[in-house]
Design a protein around this ligand. Structure first.
Ligand code: ADP
Length: 258
């Protein structure tokens, strides 16, 4: 090459080399994503079986079917049941997240009453809400919408369990169901709140906001991502309004039946 021919050649070589670098980095990221997805899938399914056995025996112990328990043992068993409910809930979120990631989540939509489904969801997390004061505001008649009842309850349970996890014991949790133009379930807590910057990222997969107040709280960082995806699969949405130090309101909206 003549001296003036070398520069374009070396520029092209640099472009090719950085392009190859990018391709190999993208391939590495894709392979890590795949491994993470596979891990989520296997771990969640492997945990499910043993957790069912543990919860089953604990429930029998609590009911006295395996003999009388001292008051102290009774209260320990009660605590263990609450903890196994927490683990079961995380496993359920992982199973659903793995389904969503693999494109295996299909909704089974049925005509349903959002008031009744919200009541069922509250019952499902009664233990988790034990140290809080939940109150429900709901219309006297049904709010009818076409939803997947199990998935709808997963979203509401997630909002309720977050409200309990991220607010102090004894605090109020307000649940409002309404059907004015759109089916709505709003969950308001008096907890730690979320900054505007964090509100923009908490619906992403595996995102947990790390602060002093949250470091001792267990979770997967999957719940809100999964919940917003489920809401959007219903042509609805999940949104947040929050003031740090004051509390948060998460609102699930789905279209009403026509
Ligand atoms: P996690 O399993 O960590 O609770 P989520 O996806 O449900 O995962 O929530 C993501 C993050 O958003 C949480 O780790 C927490 O930092 C924040 N968050 C969720 N709900 C609330 C809430 N009601 N109040 C304050 N922070 C919340």
């Amino acid at each position: 090459f003549r001296a003036d021919g070398i520069s374009p050649v070396s520029q092209t070589a640099n472009r090719v080399s950085s392009g190859l670098h990018r391709v190999s980095r993208n391939a590495r990221i894709a392979s890590l994503e795949k491994t993470k997805r596979e891990f989520l899938n296997v771990a969640s399914h492997e945990l499910r079986g043993p957790m069912t056995v543990i919860k089953g025996y604990l429930t029998m112990l609590e009911a006295g079917s395996l003999g009388d328990l001292s008051p102290q043992t009774q209260s320990i068993v009660h605590l263990l049941i609450a903890k196994s409910d927490e683990v079961n809930w995380m496993v359920e979120q992982m199973v659903e997240a793995a389904r969503l990631e693999d494109g295996r989540m299909t909704l089974k939509k049925l005509p349903a009453d959002l008031v009744a489904l919200t009541d069922l969801a509250i019952e499902g997390v009664r233990q988790l809400l034990g140290k809080h004061h939940p109150s429900v505001e709901k219309p006297s008649k049904a709010v009818e919408a076409e939803v997947d009842p199990d998935r709808f309850q997963i979203v509401v349970r997630n909002l309720l369990s977050n409200a309990a996890k991220y607010s102090p014991h004894g605090a109020h949790i307000k649940i409002r169901v309404s059907g004015n133009g759109v089916g709505k379930v709003a969950v308001t807590d008096e907890g730690i709140g979320i900054t505007e910057e964090d509100q923009a990222r908490l619906f992403s997969r595996f995102v947990r906001i790390e602060t002093k107040a949250t470091q001792s709280v267990s979770g997967t960082g999957l719940g809100l991502w999964l919940s917003r995806e489920i809401a959007r699969m219903h042509d609805g949405d999940l949104t947040v309004e929050s003031t740090p130090g004051r509390g948060s309101t998460f609102t699930l909206r789905v279209p009403l039946s026509r």
